[in-house]
Design a protein around this ligand. Structure first.
Ligand code: HAM
Length: 415
């Protein structure tokens, strides 16, 4: 399917590294792993992410199952995580800290760094309405990026204030953009009516000069919202996390309130956001008051691309330590027995299964596997319970008893 990929070695090692780093870093901040289903009832996302967003309007993979239920492949992690937290018996005053990783699905136009099945690693801290929780979340993201070798991203941060702030701000923005409507793209002229915030996010080149002159969000907020944002910034400075205030960063999902942030990376090209997040407030069925949380998600494909741009990445991996060449059909079963002994000792072994191939053809296969040792079982070796061993690295060749092969090869590999 367009916009999906197969992931082969050696790239799989990159994924393991990203996953392992997540499992190292996040628990140090009190977060534990949560795995939610890849599909949910459609309403989980429509209510959670917001009906007016690009994701919900244009990008969701939504289908009816055989029972006529509307289901959606998750386009992001936050809404499903909140659904899970609520199902687990969350009540007011509780706190939860979780991290997750896995595939997400959005029907976007595929491009470099933009896929239809992509993967995120993300975190959510739910139940604390404190600017310190935001600063800690950003610091944790920074810690994670450093742990995967990316200490050169740009951390952009802004505030969207509260819902009340946004009503006032939206009026100011609408007036401003209406007075410049002639210079805006067609989509943005439509957004004047539907969602003026999307204009601030517009990536069309001709809209940028207008957007850059628009008032900064921080100038349109209530004193309380400004104070909240200042506390976030102060805490980041205190923790030594360097950031830039991006006064027009709004982010594409409706649930954000107060702090929003994004990390961009120069190695990525047009889709340059490696991670994004912010504070949110969600109205969940069954709870009187909305639940507050803060979180982020990083795109794993983009983390790998950013690592690649810094020359980080996995070297080509060998498939095997040893390849057992079997000369003649009688050698096939003894070959498997030898293979099993070596595997029991922890070696990665490929054993010839055809037996009627020439020595040359089998040696070629051994070479291709990248195996360090080629072990040859022919008529005379079978008679004497030995094996001929060729060290492909040094070209040394010697014969040894089959019973000693495991310990000898293990020692050679370790040395
Ligand atoms: P988002 O900005 O939509 O936020 O996605 C987060 C990251 O996922 C992006 O910065 C990007 O690296 C990656 N990403 C998004 N779409 C694609 C795509 N089509 N192909 C490849 N990578 C992609 C969220 O999803 C929020 N749930 C983050 C959050 C968590 N906010 C609060 N908690």
């Amino acid at each position: 399917v367009l916009g999906t990929s197969d992931i082969w070695e050696p790239e799989v090692s990159e994924w393991l590294l990203l996953e392992q780093s997540a499992r190292n870093v996040f628990p140090r901040y009190g977060f534990s792993e949560l795995r939610t289903p890849v599909f949910e009832q459609t309403s989980v996302f429509v209510r959670g992410i917001g009906n007016e967003t690009e994701v919900v309007q244009k990008e969701m993979y939504t289908f009816e199952d055989r029972g006529g239920r509307s289901l959606t492949l998750r386009p992001e992690g936050t809404a499903g995580v909140m659904r899970a937290i609520l199902n687990s018996g969350f009540s007011e005053g509780d706190e939860r800290r979780v991290f997750y990783m896995g595939p997400m699905f959005r029907g976007e136009r595929p491009a470099a760094g933009r896929k239809r099945q992509f993967h995120q690693v993300g975190c959510e801290a739910v139940g604390r309405a404190s600017p310190l929780a935001d600063a800690e979340m950003v610091a944790m993201l920074w810690d994670y990026l450093q742990s995967v070798g990316l200490d050169d991203g740009r951390l952009l941060i802004n505030t969207r204030g509260t819902a009340e702030d946004r009503v006032t701000a939206a009026t100011t923005y609408r007036e401003f953009f209406e007075s410049h409507a002639g210079k805006l793209c067609e989509d943005c002229r439509r957004r004047l009516e539907t969602n003026v915030w999307r204009i601030l996010d517009c990536k069309v080149e001709s809209c940028r000069p207008v957007v850059d002159q628009a008032p900064a969000m921080t100038d349109l907020l209530s004193p309380e919202s400004c104070a909240f944002f200042s506390r976030v910034c102060q805490a980041l400075e205190g923790m030594g996390v360097s950031y830039e205030v991006a006064p027009r960063l709004v982010r594409g999902l409706d649930y954000y309130e107060h702090t929003v942030f994004e990390v961009t990376h120069a190695g990525l090209g047009a889709q340059d956001a490696v991670a994004g997040g912010g504070r949110y407030r969600l109205y969940l069925p069954g709870l009187k008051n909305p639940v507050e949380g803060v979180g982020f998600a990083a795109g794993m494909e983009r983390l790998i691309m950013a690592r690649e741009s810094r020359g980080l990445g996995s070297a080509a991996r060998q498939d095997a330590d040893a390849y057992v060449v079997c000369l003649g059909l009688e050698a096939l079963v003894p070959g498997q027995v030898l293979g099993k002994t070596l595997r029991d000792a922890g070696l990665r072994v490929i054993v010839e299964t055809l037996g009627d191939r020439s020595m040359k053809a089998q040696m070629r296969a051994a070479n291709k596997s990248g195996a360090r040792f080629c072990l040859i079982l022919g008529e005379s070796e079978l008679e004497q319970a030995t094996v001929s061993c060729k060290d492909m690295k040094t070209s040394d060749q010697y014969e040894l008893p089959q019973a000693e092969a495991a310990s000898r090869l293990t020692a050679e590999l370790a040395g």
